[in-house]
Design a protein around this ligand. Structure first.
Ligand SMILES: Nc1ncnc2c1ncn2[C@@H]1O[C@H](COP(=O)(O)OP(=O)(O)OP(=O)(O)O)[C@@H](O)[C@H]1O
Ligand SMILES: [Mg+2]
Length: 378
């Protein structure tokens, strides 16, 4: 199910934004405008559903690092809040700093003081045009109800720094909460395909059927081979030709080794992954990720245009349009030309971010016309 809307409050540079999401969403903005912060906050929601919120926040430096560092009004409590609408379900997760009185002390020293303290967690649905609360958690108190409004008595063991969603032990008693959790856990993230010379992508790989490309793309040869094995690779070849006219992708499959070979017009021999340019490898990873035989509910790509020449943006726009018919897609990018390519194909206008007074804001795509050539704006 697609996400209909996402509200983020108090997370890093995102003091307060409200996004309406479509099947395909391009988030554009200059350096430091908050694109990756948006990507990261979706990862945090995924971590909350997975039971690894505290660890994910620790990786980002702990709660004091991830909370909005700018000014707040005096009656505005220091909170970080995510609100999500998926299909008929709405989810709210609000975290803050652990109060001094509740910090674990060992021999007089505070321990785990930068973990998140979940202040509020709520799931609602719509029944007969009315919002029904399915889960309400305020600090330690947790209350769950069925869609009929009746309380569910089975206990949910909460801990203050992990979500209730991740703590469900009897999912059949909480079908709506479990559905929401599964929806979120299905999201797929791609942030950085490793294309450096030492990258696994460039080496021969042990073949294994791989319907989903790994996050760093290390199993690219197996993932491309799996697409070809499943559907003949005609669509893959079509998109490859859009990007690299006249090129040919071959898979060299041996019982214990798989590698890719890439033929380019004008050259007398195919090149192995070891010899390909960073941008070509990056594009092959994007192809494998987007043409997956197992499309997720939501695929999120952070700045996929890295190393890719603007000449390929039109082919990438076409690819994103096709992939967004199978999965909801959110792409953060610097590349306005990519947004132009989407709009020219009848896709939605991009979500334009800017930073003002340290705060990420949505500009509104109407400031720009994406109908003509965008080169003069860069
Ligand atoms: N706790 C915080 N409070 C306020 N701002 C923060 C906080 N943590 C990080 N930032 C700011 O968030 C800004 C946006 O970072 P982000 O990485 O999302 O930018 P970006 O749009 O992805 O940029 P780039 O194009 O360079 O990748 C940075 O300038 C950083 O200073
Ligand atoms: Mg970034």
């Amino acid at each position: 199910m697609p996400i209909n809307s996402l509200k983020v409050y108090g997370y890093r540079s995102i003091k307060n934004i409200d996004l309406k999401l479509h099947d395909l969403n391009l988030v554009v903005g200059p350096n430091g405008s908050g694109k990756s912060n948006l990507y990261r906050c979706l990862q945090l929601i995924w971590s909350a559903a997975n039971g690894s919120l505290a660890a994910a926040i620790a990786k980002e430096g702990g709660m004091p690092s991830v909370m909005w560092a700018g000014a707040r009004s005096s009656n505005d409590p220091a909170r970080m809040r995510f609100q999500l609408e998926v299909d008929d379900l709405a989810y709210t997760l609000e975290c803050g700093i652990i109060p001094l009185s509740a910090i674990t002390e060992v021999k007089g020293d505070p321990w785990f003081s930068t973990d998140p303290d979940i202040k509020l967690e709520e799931v609602t649905t719509v029944k007969k045009d009315k919002r029904v609360k399915l889960l309400h958690r305020k600090r330690g108190l947790i209350e769950a109800r069925g869609t009929d409004g009746q309380p569910i008595e089975f206990p949910i063991l909460g801990n203050p720094f992990e979500s209730v969603l991740a703590s469900l032990r009897a999912p059949h008693l909480y079908p709506e909460l479990s559905r929401l959790r599964q929806e979120i856990l299905d999201w797929r993230f791609y942030h950085h395909f490793r294309t450096d010379l030492a990258s696994e992508i460039r080496k021969e790989q042990t073949p294994v059927f791989t319907p989903v490309l790994s996050h760093d793309g290390h199993d690219l040869a197996s993932a491309l081979a799996s697409i070809i094995a499943t559907n003949g690779g005609y669509e893959l070849n079509e998109h490859l030709q859009n990007a690299f006219p006249g090129a040919k992708l071959e898979i060299d499959m041996k019982p214990t080794e798989v590698s890719l070979l890439f033929e380019m017009p004008g050259l007398n021999r195919p090149f192995s992954a070891r010899e390909l340019s960073d941008g070509t490898l990056q594009y092959l990873c994007i192809l494998a990720a987007l043409l997956t035989e197992r499309p997720p509910n939501l695929m999120i790509l952070n700045e996929p245009e890295t190393s890719i020449h603007p000449d390929l943006f039109d082919a990438l726009a076409e690819l994103l349009m096709v992939a967004s018919k199978r999965s909801q897609i959110l792409v953060t990018t610097h590349a306005r030309e990519l947004a132009g390519g989407i709009v020219r194909r009848g896709g939605p206008k991009p979500i334009e971010l800017e930073k003002k007074n340290g705060e990420t804001r949505i500009v509104g795509a109407k400031l720009f016309s994406y109908d003509q050539d965008d080169d003069d704006r860069n």
